[in-house]
Structure formats: C-alpha cells, structure tokens
Design a protein around this ligand. Structure first.
Ligand code: SF4
Ligand code: SF4
Length: 365
C-alpha cells in the first residue's frame, strides 16, 4: 500500500470517526504562543504549520506526574492496594486500557520513543505503566517540512522524514495530507477509515516526493553546522577531574529545564503523598541537573557541583547509553537549546568535546 490522502477540510471527520470508536486522540493544538499535544475534542483546532510541540511526545507515555497506586494509611488494617500493574490515575488508566492515537509527533520525538523503549520495555525489565501505553497506541507522525535554527537531527542519526517508530508518516501537501503507512497497524488504520481517505492522484504523489526532497535538502544544509567533526574526546573528558566540565557548566543555572523538555531524558523519583485515609504513590520526572537528585540521607552528595552534574548529563547521553543500548540518547530536537535561560547550547558542548578527538560521538548523515 503506497498511501492515501485526505483533504485538510475533512480531517475533523476522521477525528470524529476515531472518537466514535471510543479511542482517545491527541494532536498538536495551539495554546497562546506554543503548541502542545493535547486531547482532541470535536471543536479542537489541530494545527499543521508548527515546528514542534513545546513538550515532547514522551509526556504521553512517561508523564511528568503519575499516580501509580494508593494504599491505606492504617497500620492495623491489611494493606489494600489498587492493581499496581495499572496506574491509578484515571486518565492514564484509560490510555493504558483503551489505547489512544497520537497525531503530529515529529520524527525526532518518535525516534526518542524507540530509545525509551530500550529503557522501559526491554527483555530484562518492563515498566508496566509505560509499556501499556506504548503498545496500546498508534503513532501518526508529521514529517518536518523544514528545520529550525536549533534542529540538528541529521547530525545525530535522525531525519526530518525518518519513519522509525511511527505507524504512519503524514506529509503536508497544502490542501491535503498524504498518509503513508509504515507498520501493519498503520496500514490497518488507513484501511479501517478508507471511506474518509482518497487515492492520491499523480500531482499529489509528485508533491509528496517534492516534500521529501526539499526536507532532505534543508536538513543537509543544517547538518554542516555541527556535522563536520571527525571525532570526539568523550573518553578524554570522562573523568570528573577534567577541567572541560567546569568551563561547559559555567553558565548553567541548574534549573533542569533542559532535562524536562528532552524527549530522551527519563530520570524519575517516586514519592508518597499522604492524604486523609490513604497514601498516594506518585512517580514524577526528575532531573540530574538538580543537587537533590543525588543527595544521600547522610548529607553526602557525590555530585555536589554544577560541573559534575553537567558531566553526568552529557556522559549519560553520549557515552553510557551508547555502552548500554548502543544509542546516543539525543535526537537533535534542539528543545534544550531553545529553552535554556543561560544559552547553553548542546551543539557547542559536543563540538568542544569533539575537539579533544579520540573517537566519534557524532554521526553525520
Ligand atoms: S536549561 Fe540551561 S541553565 Fe537550566 S540546567 Fe539546563 S543547561 Fe543549566
Ligand atoms: S539533549 Fe537537547 S537536543 Fe538532544 S534530544 Fe534532548 S532536548 Fe533534544
């Protein structure tokens, strides 16, 4: 199957048809000056002309805050728990049980999900909360027509039209959208709503090819920004004593924003929240950029300064995950660059490290 098209004017019909089938649908919606992946209602105005959502798609699978389960706050009563294999949070429970469809993830965010799968749903360890949402969802990605000043996916194994992890790739042709199935589930989805889709005509097939050619040309011109490097010095800066971390971390304010907006960061903390008669066990996103992240009960903190925390963030993404999962845990989305209040630019960090060339961490396409 090569794909089908739908007029943008008919897109609401598709959303309505999915909702009638009792599936929750998410898509890019404009909120004041940013775009978020929000639950779509019959009146939602999905946007197509955006670069990327403010927060990555990971928040649908690994939410910022999640109620895992509750238990009784009564030492004399037998412990009563909700089913800990399923989150107690009603929205998360619904997503896990009924499944959902996400429109509008960008290819870098979907590639990041395939990396998170290696952490939360690997052969040795499965996180039931993450896995239930991940494997009950259908991902319909929107290919990127152009890259922003801070995008660098093609310098780091990605592509603005990359389909890895997606079920369907959508190409915006102006008046219409070209749906190209990637997985069997994506193919079944298009077949299931075939009454809303049309066969593409020759001009639409040509427009899709032009879209891909233009996106790749734009991406290749972007790649040169950091892709010229012939190697990196990740081993040279591996030690905590390396002075490079101090200079890289100098401007950092330790706000943690770079990790919260990152589609691949996945550190979390678990907290108990005492209510009147029960205790909620909550999982929340955490950040290695906070001093408290590694504070021990004794008061000792093995990462007690900014440079050691910056080192952890960079080494985790560019060295530890390569050793553990054979992947660089950065997809070049550029959100950390856009959102850092101190103008810390991960591309500059990579280039600084690369200048100490020992072996490559950047893979140019
Ligand atoms: S966003 Fe910038 S200032 Fe904040 S922790 Fe990250 S690097 Fe530091
Ligand atoms: S480190 Fe920065 S550029 Fe890389 S994936 Fe995370 S937010 Fe995006």
């Amino acid at each position: 199957m090569t794909g089908k098209v739908i007029k943008k004017a008919d897109f609401k019909r598709l959303i309505e048809a999915i909702r009638k089938d009792n599936k929750k649908v998410y898509g890019p919606v404009k909120n004041e000056d940013s775009v978020s992946l929000s639950g779509l209602t019959s009146t939602s105005e999905i946007v197509f002309d955006y670069t990327m959502s403010a927060l990555p798609g990971k928040r649908l699978f690994f939410p910022q805050t999640e109620l895992m389960f509750t238990f009784q706050d009564n030492q004399n009563a037998p412990e009563q728990r909700t089913n800990s294999e399923k989150p107690a949070d009603p929205e998360q429970k619904e997503l896990s049980e009924n499944g959902f469809i996400v429109f509008g993830l960008r290819p870098c965010d979907v590639l990041a999900l395939t990396y998170l799968d290696k952490v939360f749903a690997n052969e040795e360890c499965i996180d039931p909360y993450y896995a239930a949402r991940r494997y009950n969802s259908l991902i319909i990605s929107f290919a990127c027509p152009t890259m922003t000043d801070t995008c660098f996916c093609t310098s780091i194994n990605g592509s603005p039209v990359g389909s890895e992890g997606s079920d369907i790739m959508v190409y915006d042709l102006g008046e219409s959208l070209f749906f190209s199935p990637v997985s069997e589930a994506g193919n079944d989805f298009i077949e299931g709503y075939s009454h809303i889709f049309n066969e593409p005509d020759e001009s639409e097939i040509k427009k899709k090819e032009d879209f891909i050619a233009f996106a790749m040309r734009d991406a290749i011109s972007n790649t040169e920004k950091i892709g010229d490097s012939d190697g990196s010095g990740i081993e040279a800066v591996n030690t905590i004593q390396s002075q490079v971390w101090g200079s890289i971390a100098e401007r950092c304010l330790g706000c943690g924003v770079c990790t919260y907006v990152c589609p691949t960061c996945h550190c979390f903390a678990i907290r108990d929240e005492k209510m009147a008669q029960k205790i909620n066990r909550i999982r929340i996103n955490d950040s290695c950029m906070f001093p408290g992240f590694t504070s021990e009960v004794s008061g000792h903190n093995p990462r007690n300064n900014k440079s050691s925390r910056m080192r952890q963030r960079i080494m985790h993404k560019f060295d530890y995950t390569v050793k553990n999962f054979n992947e660089i845990f950065c997809v070049g989305c550029g959100r950390c660059i856009q959102n850092c209040p101190a103008n810390v630019d991960i591309r500059e960090i990579i280039l600084t490290i690369n200048k100490l060339s020992v072996f490559p961490i950047i893979v140019s396409s």
